[in-house]
Design a protein around this ligand. Sequence first.
Ligand code: AMP
Ligand code: ZN
Length: 114
Amino acid sequence: MNDCLFCQIVAKEVPADIVVETGRALAFRDINPQAPTHVLVVPKAHYENAAALAAADDGLADDLLKACHTVAVQEGVAETGYRIVFNTGQGAGQTVFHVHAHVLGGRSLTWPPG
Ligand code: AMP
Ligand code: ZN
């Protein structure tokens, strides 16, 4: 069995609060939200991080970004503003090594992030 948590969520083996599902992407609420809207958007296929996703070179990164915007519209934060974050590597705080975009919004977001 695949021991990747987000592969298990994609396979519906682990429950998640899914907000958007497309052919190649899944978006679900972060279990430890850092903002009123905090949704994770993952490709259904396993790539370790944003670099591996970019190297896939098959339009998947494009699909993922579009899914992020769909989430923002659906969550009602597209007009007020939202942030898309890919923590890439342990030094940046990545803890789950299945690439995921954090879509954050619903409050004012400071810059730079910590
Ligand atoms: P990162 O630190 O960028 O790798 O982000 C991993 C994110 O996954 C964190 O924000 C966690 O709160 C979130 N997370 C961990 N387990 C789950 C889960 N079972 N369902 C939803 N979000 C999760
Ligand atoms: Zn995975």
